[in-house]
Design a protein around this ligand. Structure first.
Ligand code: ACO
Length: 333
């Protein structure tokens, strides 16, 4: 079964409560109804109740089965303000500031997830990636044993023989601007785990660089080399190799010349980019030139799932990311 169908079926089998804090946004309202109709999750629209209802009316959507929560009238508002203040007081938060911040649906929704009143959150049709990540990083924080939140894209390249019949994971293309070698190692391990658990792949992780196994010397290469050593040391059970150039990572003929002793070279299905410039440009190149479907960015490493949307997303994109978030939430319970 194709990957998204598997994720769809898994989400339906054990429905999770997913918060949509951009509750009065037009694509979000339509997506919420679709999520209920398809039985993928239990969506909660957070925002001003009147705006949500008038948007639903404008879109001709009946919100039967969709929960609506307005922070301003919620009986939980004081509890969330207090809990947010407690979480952030060591960082200079005051109760007055918390009172203002938590009324923002994005913060309110993140507090719902934090206090187990919802299982995950999807946002970004209006907000930027940074807007979404900051409350997630401040409130939800990383999962036990995970040092860094990062992201991945599931890249589906039509007609390609690379990766697993054209399916590869790319990371990190959306969160960490310039990870150090320890963080890069953590990103590689997290993406290998995602490949296994969410995508049911046997991960072969390539730590990308402009050098293959010592062919060039530069501090940028050193970072990737150190990250590879660290990741191998932490997880000797995983197939992780580098530093390696993209062609040697995915093309077996090039691999046999440049990295003949590598178990990963020539058959990599997880590509770890050295920094966000390379990762973000890299996924967009493949998406545009190869007509690939880029599913994501999906976050990994949060204690509970929080996911981003592109501001150009469609209603179907929102439904898809909600399904992925619901399956991530199942894995974390
Ligand atoms: N993992 C775990 N914790 C983190 C991470 C991380 N990757 N990054 C920051 N933090 C923590 C900090 O330690 C801090 O914790 P604390 O407040 O409890 O001490 C908290 O998160 C906030 O940190 P800040 O330094 O205030 O946040 P920062 O300004 O660094 O913002 C952010 C973090 C939003 C992730 C930033 O790095 C960013 O904007 N990244 C790029 C996002 C982006 O624009 N992506 C490209 C577009 S996406 C696309 O094209 C698909």
């Amino acid at each position: 079964m194709e990957l998204m169908n598997k994720i769809w079926e898994a989400a339906k089998a054990d429905k999770r409560k997913i918060v949509l804090p951009e509750g009065d946004e037009e694509r979000t309202v339509v997506a919420a109804k679709k999520i209920v109709d398809e039985g993928i999750a239990l969506p909660i629209l957070v925002g001003n109740r009147d705006s949500i209802l008038s948007q639903a009316k404008a879109q001709g959507v009946d919100l039967e089965g969709v929960e609506i929560i307005d922070p301003e009238t919620s009986p939980k508002l004081d509890e969330y303000i207090e809990a947010f203040y407690e979480l952030r007081k060591s960082k200079g938060m005051t109760i007055e500031k918390a009172d203002k911040i938590v009324r923002d649906p994005l913060y309110f929704g993140t507090m719902m997830v934090k206090l187990d009143h919802a299982d995950g959150l999807v946002s970004g049709a209006v907000h930027t990636t940074g807007d979404l990540l900051r409350p997630g990083l401040q409130i939800i924080k990383t999962a036990p044993g995970v040092s860094v939140v990062s992201s991945f894209f599931i890249m589906l390249v039509p007609g390609s023989q690379y990766g697993e019949d054209g399916m590869l994971l790319f990371s990190d293309c959306a969160v960490n601007p310039n990870p150090n070698s320890d963080q890069l190692a953590a990103i590689a391990i997290a993406t290998a785990e995602t490949a296994k658990n969410l995508c049911k792949m046997d991960p072969k992780v390539a730590m990308l660089s402009f050098s293959t196994m010592g062919s060039a010397d530069h501090e940028l290469v050193d970072k990737v080399r150190k990250a590879t050593e660290k990741a191998k040391e932490l997880r000797p059970d995983l197939d992780i190799d580098g530093e390696i150039q993209l062609d040697a990572a995915i093309v077996s003929k090039v691999a046999s010349q440049k990295a003949p002793n590598s178990k990963v070279a020539g058959s990599a299905n997880v590509l770890v980019f050295p920094d966000l410039q390379a990762g973000n440009i890299g996924y967009k190149l493949v998406q545009r030139f190869a007509n690939a479907e880029a599913i994501g960015p999906v976050c990994q490493g949060f204690a509970k799932p929080i996911n981003d949307l592109s501001r150009g997303c469609s209603t179907d994109d929102i439904v898809k990311v909600v399904a992925i978030t619901a399956v991530q939430a199942q894995a974390q319970k």
